[in-house]
Design a protein around this ligand. Sequence first.
Ligand code: PLP
Length: 284
Amino acid sequence: MTRTVYLNGDWLLETEAKVSIFDRGFLFADAIYEVTAVIGGRLIDYPGHGARLRRSLDELAIPCPLSEEALLAAHREIVRRNGLDEGLIYLQISRGTADRDFAYPKEAEPTLVMFTQAKPVLDNPRTATGITVATLPDWRWERRDIKTVQLLYPSMAKMEAMQRGADDAWLVEDGYVTEGSAASAHIVTHEGVLVTRPLSHAILHGITRANILDLARADAIAVDERPFTVEEAKGAAEAFITSATNFAMPVVSIDGTPIGTGRPGPIAARLRTLYIEDRLATAL
Ligand code: PLP
């Protein structure tokens, strides 16, 4: 099926949407993005993604080309035009097109692109098996809190993890896990405490992470926001990742070491259920 995509105010067939070779997203990775899950044609956690989008733009002094209302309307419209039932919406805003120069151009118009990807997010078969991860050094830049399209290193890390026989990478800095290649990383201790790295410039401020932590606290699961080492993670009762399209996904081994029983754990499963219930109730 040929999708209908959004480009700077126009709805176009995906084969017809073109961006300039001078776009700064292409030349400098001078662009930010968001991914919003869609279930039953409704937007999951949209306010969180909208807020983070604005924060990323502010950090880079890129003006937002659409008002809050127009952005939400465009999300709804792309779902409608593509008949999207389940999957995701990808949105990217670059600083725009200008002759190549390291200094930001004074008068570039931001480029706003949106497209959909249909895929099962609710009944992801990996939830039953969990995923395996390999640890790799975190060689990304230091402003990981800004959701930029500089995704080459996470992509390299994922490839290296896959070459080592794992599904994905967990990134490590100074002995402590930062996050996954495209997800927040968490563990559960044998005392049942959910341990997760606190927010800082070192990690993306995951929208799913924030909701999962609220749901855990409301469900009397203790939460400890502190860094954890690879060794602690390998000895934990459970490990899991969170992201917009994975919700909460169990991690069953790290560098070949089984976590807990080596099977998906009860707390990750419980949080996934709570998250889905809660987010469906608030979907737009
Ligand atoms: N960390 C990184 C590096 C990511 O790329 C992502 C999602 O793309 C996340 C964490 C999870 O963020 P969210 O829950 O907002 O999808």
